[in-house]
Design a protein. Sequence first.
Lengths: 537, 240
Amino acid sequence: MPWWLPASFALSLILLLVGGALLALGLTAGGLDLFDNLGQPYLWRVVWFTLWQAALSTFLSVGLAVPLARALARRQFLGRGLMLRLFSLSLVIPVIVAIFGIVAVHGRRGWVNDGLELLGFSGTHYLYGLGGILIGHTFFNMPFVARVLLQALEGVPPESWRVASQYGLRSRDVFRLIEWPALRTVLPGVAGLVFMLCFTSFAVVLTLGGGPKATTLEVAVYQALRFDFDLGRAVTLALVQLIFCGGIVLALLRLSLPGSLNLTEGRVYERPDRAGWTGRLWDGAVIVFAMLLVLLPLAAVALAGFNPTAASVLAEPRVWRAVWQSLVIALSSASLALLLGGALLISSRILRHRLLRFRAAARLELSASLILVVPPFVLATGLFVLLRPFADVFALGLPLVILVNALMALPFVVRFLGGPMMEEAQKHDRLCQSLGIAGWTRLRLIEWPNLRRPVALALAVAATLSLGDLGVIALFGSQDFATLPLLLYRAMGGFRMAEAAVIAALLSLLCLLLFLAIEFGLGRLCFHARQRRVGHA
Amino acid sequence: MLEVSDLTFRYEDLTMVFDLSVVRGECLALLGPSGGGKSTLLNLIAGFEKPLSGRIMIDGRDVTALSPAERPVTSLFQEHNLFAHLSVAQNVGLGLDPGLRLGPAERETVRQALVRVELTDLEHRLPAQLSGGQRQRVALARSLVRRRPLLLLDEPFSALDPGLRLGMLDLVDRLRREQGLTVVLVSHNPQDALRIAARTAFLSEGRILAQGPTENLLSGTEPAALRMFLGTSQSGSGDG
């Protein structure tokens, strides 16, 4: 088999989808009065707001994460490990579930307002609008940034602390001379990534934006298609977003990207700046604030699910139909993402290890992240326009959602599988070549036994992501076609909070079970097989 | 038996040119400093690297364009010779059939090969349960069942203790004589060459600078790079 065959298969599918969508957008735009659309003040208001909220969200997330990472780096306290673990939960929990938690804490009838009223103050509306968007984005991004920064701080060589102690550096000298240089290498990359995520964020803005005043490009595309059916406006918005995203990604590629996120707790070195008690107070306050911000919504999700409506909600057939459809979408898109990612990596591995063309290999791997340049809604709009003349687009909802979700999971698959696959080749490629183990035999005898753990992890992550995603399903969903995240969104939109709580708990549980089932299912099988062979001896 | 003529290869800014000939049944050692091209030459013979020009003949057949598995060659590396998830018997069995479809006769062949390398009753162990020397014996057993006339050893024993290393070299020497193998051994240790190789070639900076009977070569005074390598140079680093 020629080395380029797997990658060509994957790339042609990706390019066919993306290219087809872009072509359709371009052709439609040609038939529209694009300049008329571009001249509308509405459009530029949306562009401005999108940039503004992304900049503010980035500023808040990073601005909080820097003192938090610093506090975590120099304090050791009971529950620190647990806190870090719960922080990574905010990365994997379905976005819409976390939003439910945020509403339960910060909404009009939420915990914060209840608390204020208990103390005799009158409650305030601060959630819907820019405030809600910022709370949401900070909730999702601040813990991620803090982890990346903490890792950078823990990478500071211990000798630096010895020198700092010896020369009596004060806390702010330590920051200026030791910590800031360590942070500066990762900050541009991680801030750029957060900006990008907030720029294209959909579910947070849709649910917490609270109206046309606080709309981003991604949500405006959805509204134009779903409610106004204004194809011209949707295409114009999609093209504008495409241009901005392309620009941001180009800028991002020039910045340093954060290294791989490892999920272990770091050691705390003996640092000279831990004793001062103003520092202690400040660090304590930062940690408590971050905990409240992140942990309260998670607690709300966990607690609210147990309510008296649970039995009646769980008895509804539409809920179980949504469970079934969610699982079908999650498993199909995860398998497709694995297939595409595996194909890309098989080719890039040969480029890397046998042909020594590292740059070409890196470029091939980067093509998996195309979905960052062409956001899901741009893709969905393009496919929508493309297929409209041929078929009932809503009838094509299922395959379209699967395809878009697969492309969204693809960068993660490549990231989780890439390292182990390259390592595997490093160990065994020459041996396999010399023994003539190739093709399916190699896949079955060598790759599968060695790679089933990372494969299981990649598949589990992809499936969980897809299961919890509220994205293009919002565009294609209907009465008969809905996933659990969409049901949850609808329940929250109708202010049926008790029902929403049950669905949020159900969805979280389902994500957890699916993740464990895939990861342990494959991992354990391997374990047994090995045990049996050893037992023979 | 092995004829390497005008073989050129480029790695970064070092251009290498090799000419070498090995007689059937002999053991040739390739000595030289690291980065000098020993392993590259071995990789070219095994087919892991493609030369820019030149020709490799084995048993009178031009193998330059063949893939590693098609060449009448078996390689033994310093590490990663075994698949950690397969048992000893399976690892050896791969030498008989790369798909591991083994009948009773093949399984018996595997067992006998393991006896040859003095590993009995370890068939069902995993590589992790073996010592470093035992692991290299398994790899040797596999190269026996493959029945390829040319055995290429790329410093396969340099990670072992001195005594164990000499024992493994003696085992290779015995197998060579019993099976009529031709052996090319890459090493940076002159003792390895003295122990089992009748002839030695000295490589440095991508060329074979000298070759001849091992003892003559190692006791000689030419070329200067060889004296530097052996540490017998009188004038230190003066004459590079």
